[in-house]
Design a protein around this ligand. Sequence first.
Ligand SMILES: NC(=O)c1ccc[n+]([C@@H]2O[C@H](COP(=O)([O-])OP(=O)(O)OC[C@H]3O[C@@H](n4cnc5c(N)ncnc54)[C@H](OP(=O)(O)O)[C@@H]3O)[C@@H](O)[C@H]2O)c1
Length: 249
Amino acid sequence: MLGAGGLLGSELMKLLPDSAGLTRTQLSVTDLAALNAALPHHSPEANAQGAFNVALACAQRDVRLIHFSTNFVFDGALERPYVETDVVGPLSVYAKSKLEGEKLTSMVMPRALIIRTAALFGAGSGHGKLSFPERIVQRATAGERLRVVSDQTINPTYAADLAVAAIALASSEMEGVVHVVNAGCTAWDELARATLVEFGVAREVEPVSSADLGAAAKRPANGCLESTRTQALRPWREALSEFRRQASP
Ligand SMILES: NC(=O)c1ccc[n+]([C@@H]2O[C@H](COP(=O)([O-])OP(=O)(O)OC[C@H]3O[C@@H](n4cnc5c(N)ncnc54)[C@H](OP(=O)(O)O)[C@@H]3O)[C@@H](O)[C@H]2O)c1
């Protein structure tokens, strides 16, 4: 597994403790020679993350490839959640590069499974990067003002739930693009409020527009996904409760 030190990667490693989990320092997807050298050594059954190089190295050895992508491949103009067959329209450099990664992956390896997901949260990753609910609780506890965007919707998705679903899909025959998110669609400020309720922190969340916040990269107003190919994960609010139980039992 590549990207094993990340938010999702660390959840996958908990479920697959015997698999070879490689951090970027150990193996970078930018290094095709290193990928080719590593694959036979690690005898992988499935890989997360990567694009052209990973797909090429996997295709050469007929390795099952699971590639992770994002809700940001859509422009967010639709007024319903996006399904797998909807037309893409990435708005940012990140979104364009993720879409390019999808295209290259399916070009080199048409049988690869491409899992698009959204707004991951969880217990953070090995390198101390906090996920959104953790940052909200930390800022609230520190007495900081909480101004959170109210005009962008997403499916908050629990990395631990996604990891379980991804492993199940990896052992299925499914190919191509599939959307895997916790069920339900909400705005970031609502997620912040639900987080504070869940963690028992009484603080106000001020709704702000994306324009007021002045974020550098454009994000889709409607970043919500649904699937016509697989069941949604449990509702995001239930997943948030489970995350809180895991964080502070
Ligand atoms: N987080 C979200 O809200 C979200 C939403 C939609 C889709 N996704 C997708 O879900 C996947 C997992 O996201 P995440 O939040 O778990 O990401 P993350 O916490 O940022 O972890 C990504 C991991 O990939 C590693 N990596 C980066 N460049 C690499 C390279 N050149 N070679 C090998 N490894 C490299 C990173 O290593 P270092 O630790 O060394 O940097 C890191 O461990 C990604 O494909 C992401 O696009 C995430």
